[in-house]
Design a binder for this molecule. Structure first.
Ligand code: GDP
Length: 216
């Protein structure tokens, strides 16, 4: 008992030391692609339907409560928010999609902008696609996956709010989705509430950002 508590304690401490995402800071909000930082270095985009838990996942990853805005009235911000880890490494928080109250014209505009972002952004190393584990693989999630597939961009799916399900149903949702994923995609369960899966996410992103290659 004591040693398992110790293990848990050391895992938490180690994660604090090795989680390089805690230094993330806000840089800018872009309404147009041309307002984005120069297309160089490594960018990882985070996407998800409104209310999926995307902002909470970013805050959990960065261990900062107010970095990305969480909201009970989702979908208001139709912009790409850029956070920086260092000069050459960025997180792009893509606008939440699927919220009914966004006017159709704006939705169409954003679909075009997003599609162009995926097609043209050379520094885009991967996409974290956040889904509520209780409502996975909706139309827009499929859309994101197919853009990633078309561009050959890796896509890592976070089935978040996993604390809302028991372990069994959470695992079976994971396995069911995993079976049909294209080779560019990977998947894990996650919870911002109890930090389930945080280590796995940090590991995936560290790999994309090449922390393990450059900093040893
Ligand atoms: P976004 O619109 O995708 O950025 O979603 P938010 O991060 O704002 O989250 C939407 C709602 O879900 C908020 O009320 C959050 O507190 C809640 N939420 C987000 N992540 C989790 C989670 O892992 N577990 C639980 N129980 N609730 C969560």
């Amino acid at each position: 008992m004591r040693s398992s508590l110790n293990t848990e304690y050391y895992e938490k401490i180690t994660l604090k030391i090795i989680n390089p995402f805690r230094i993330a800071q806000y840089v800018l909000s872009a309404h147009e692609l041309k307002q984005l930082p120069k297309d160089e270095g490594i960018e990882v985009a985070i996407a998800g339907r409104s209310n999926a838990g995307k902002s909470s996942a970013i805050n959990t990853l960065a261990d900062q409560k107010g970095l990305a805005r969480t909201s009970k009235t989702p979908g208001r911000t139709q912009q790409i928010v850029i956070f920086e880890l260092d000069e050459g490494r960025r997180i792009a928080d893509l606008p939440g999609y699927g919220y009914a109250k966004v006017p159709l014209k704006l939705k169409a505009h954003w679909k075009t902008v997003m599609e162009r972002y995926f097609q043209t952004r050379k520094c885009l190393r991967g996409v974290v696609l956040v889904m509520d584990i209780r409502h996975p693989m909706r139309e827009f999630d499929e859309q994101m996956l197919s853009w990633c597939q078309a561009a050959g961009t890796p896509c890592h799916i976070l089935l978040t709010k996993s604390d809302k399900l028991k372990r069994g149903p959470a695992q079976s949702t994971l396995l069911k989705i995993k079976r049909d994923l294209p080779p560019i995609a990977s998947i894990q369960v996650f919870s911002s509430l109890n930090k389930t899966g945080l280590e796995q996410l940090v590991e995936k992103l560290s790999n994309w950002y090449e922390y393990d290659h450059k900093e040893g």
